[in-house]
Design a protein around this ligand. Sequence first.
Ligand SMILES: NC(=O)c1ccc[n+]([C@@H]2O[C@H](COP(=O)([O-])OP(=O)(O)OC[C@H]3O[C@@H](n4cnc5c(N)ncnc54)[C@H](OP(=O)(O)O)[C@@H]3O)[C@@H](O)[C@H]2O)c1
Length: 296
Amino acid sequence: MKLVITGAGGLLGSALLAMVKGHEVYSLYNEHAPSTGIPVRLDLRDKNQVTEILRKIKPDAIVHTTALTDVDRCERDHTLAKAINYDATTTIAKSAKDLGAFLVYISTDYVFDGEKGMYNEEDIPRPINFYGHTKLMGEQSIKELLSDYLIARTSVIYGSTPSSGKVNFALWLLDSLSSGKTVNVAMNQFVSPTLNTNLAEMIMECLERRVKGILHLSGASRVSRLEFALEICKTWSLNPSLINPVDMSKMNWYAPRPRDSSLDVTKASSILMRKPASIKDSLYRLKEELNTPKRG
Ligand SMILES: NC(=O)c1ccc[n+]([C@@H]2O[C@H](COP(=O)([O-])OP(=O)(O)OC[C@H]3O[C@@H](n4cnc5c(N)ncnc54)[C@H](OP(=O)(O)O)[C@@H]3O)[C@@H](O)[C@H]2O)c1
């Protein structure tokens, strides 16, 4: 299979790249070059170039992970958020249509308002911040343009390497607690934390089996940010008294966050061989990954 991965240097993109075997893979990036695949540097806001490059590659499938994932930045800069999360997604969807390529679009739990929690694929999205709004617009564009697509919604991705120049929640917490720093963690924001390698293997299965439609692909456990942090403490035997539980309304966030955007992964668990993993299993896997020397 000729495969294009966008956002190849990102948290999910890098995990996908480490997993693709036996495929011809083009790694699209903007600033942070990926370590494997055929690297193609490209700002996805450049419509003509995106169309031209995809036309030259003629991929069988595209996994579109690129996004402006900084939720507060999206709220401050609507133009940039729309250009990356919606306009670029539309350009890619149009190319996928012209080339007959299967498109996997990575979306988010933040398309939901967080009033209900444990959202399934039939629940109606109603984003409460601009990031969620632009990601939902991306979903709608794909649904309008294509029939050969998968919209995979996920939640709070974490992994063993800082990617695209930023650390993720688990690495930040491990680093802070290991150096004796106290941290503020929201005690009443509920999510479905997702290990990037678990997500990448589920996406690869969907890609190879051409699973279509909308699918919630996240970790299998609904936890508060605080419970997530305490599980990390337990797994690494760190001091939990360094964690200050804070009401989410007191967090220094610019954009509003859904209170409970956890995802129901019953559908993925029943149709996939590679299952959404529990928080405990995922953290043990992360520990192993951190202890394994990186190649490349
Ligand atoms: N992270 C989460 O907790 C989370 C939760 C739910 C859903 N998601 C969704 O999952 C997907 C993957 O997230 P992630 O955490 O892996 O993202 P990430 O680590 O922030 O990576 C985003 C990628 O987008 C690329 N990018 C940004 N602007 C670009 C542009 N103008 N042109 C080309 N590339 C550009 C970046 O490339 P460079 O680094 O090269 O600039 C980066 O590799 C996203 O679609 C996100 O919406 C993420």
